[in-house]
Design a protein around this ligand. Structure first.
Ligand SMILES: Cc1cc2nc3c(=O)[nH]c(=O)nc-3n(C[C@H](O)[C@H](O)[C@H](O)COP(=O)(O)OP(=O)(O)OC[C@H]3O[C@@H](n4cnc5c(N)ncnc54)[C@H](O)[C@@H]3O)c2cc1C
Ligand code: FES
Length: 273
């Protein structure tokens, strides 16, 4: 019997809802695109960079107890739905990546803050490392719809781990790097970024923390007076997702900040790595 979930209000406009898996598509490496139904009120108020906490419990059990956080890859109006990019990593994500159409999921969100496109920004540079590509795809869609110029840089271990170019909508310049040189630049994606820093009005990044450490060097070398600004999504392990456990705190120049509530998007220059 299906369990009816209370429509729990949490922070802001987030809520808990039951969802149905609509589609599963293979995309890059072992990651899948998981499209699930979502209430129209949730989809309409969503902004790029926000995330949802998805229950990954095995049937008839409370294990794993904690929900797993996932950025929105794309939101759709018809039918009202969300797509997540899910890479099997540990128990919870492997369970989620194994879902099939018709199955039900329990989801909480949207959570967290979002990327901001400054009013005068025309040229946006995006830097994605691995599955960190997810929130930047939604941001790129928004930017293209507004007529902005987007250069999208992605890095992965090998060609199979790269997002297919066909996944990016509109006139986006897509530049890739692979650790093994099997496609694009042979090396780190951050090594490409320096070529575009002077072009960009704003930079956005999402990826693992080592990527941010090399981005720091590139940003310090190529920017003038910390321009262009850099917004990053910090993907910390999260237990509650709404500011109660402090398991996700990020050290910033303003002190320790819970990334699930006041992040995951931060001003790069504020974060202490
Ligand atoms: C904002 C955000 C967005 C993300 N977006 C994506 C995405 O789009 N695609 C993607 O593939 N991955 C994404 N991730 C990563 C994804 O959430 C992890 O891969 C997933 O949670 C791993 O769960 P697991 O059960 O497979 O791994 P495990 O290693 O088995 O479990 C990790 C989980 O345990 C919990 N946990 C363990 N220790 C602690 C602790 N000390 N404090 C708090 N919690 C703890 C957390 O819930 C953590 O997520 C995102 C992470 C964040 C924070
Ligand atoms: S995950 Fe609990 S405070 Fe952020």
């Amino acid at each position: 019997m299906r369990r009816q979930l209370a429509q729990v209000e949490t922070t802001g406009t987030s809520r808990e809802f039951e969802s149905q898996v609509l589609a599963v598509d293979h995309t890059m490496g072992d990651a899948i695109l998981l499209t699930v139904s979502a209430p129209t009120t949730v989809v309409q108020r969503l902004n790029s960079g926000q995330f949802f906490n998805v229950s990954c419990r095995f049937p008839g059990s409370f294990d794993p107890l904690l929900r797993r956080p996932y950025s929105v890859y794309r939101a759709h109006q018809q039918p009202s739905s969300l797509t997540f990019l899910v890479r099997p990593f540990g128990r919870g994500s492997a369970w989620l990546a194994g879902r099939t159409p018709g199955e039900r999921l329990e989801i909480l969100g949207p959570l967290g803050n979002s990327f901001v496109i400054p009013p005068r920004a025309q040229r946006l540079l995006m830097l994605a490392g691995g599955v960190g590509v997810a929130p930047l795809v939604m941001l790129s869609d928004v930017a293209v719809a507004r007529g902005l110029d987007v250069v999208f840089v992605m890095g992965a271990a090998d060609a199979a781990g790269l997002l297919p170019a066909s996944e990016l909508r509109g006139p986006v310049e897509y530049v890739v790097a692979t650790d093994d040189g099997s496609r694009g630049h042979h090396g780190l994606a951050t090594e490409i970024v320096g070529d575009y820093v002077h072009w960009a009005d704003q930079i956005y990044a999402c990826g693992p923390e080592p990527m941010y450490r090399t981005l720091r060097t590139v940003a310090d070398t190529h920017r003038i007076n910390k321009k262009p600004g850099v917004q990053i999504s910090v993907e910390r392990g999260m237990a509650c997702g709404f500011g109660a456990c402090l398991g996700c705190v990020v050290e910033t120049r303003r002190g320790m900040i819970a990334s699930c509530v006041d992040g995951p998007v931060f001003d790069f220059d504020e974060v202490v790595f």
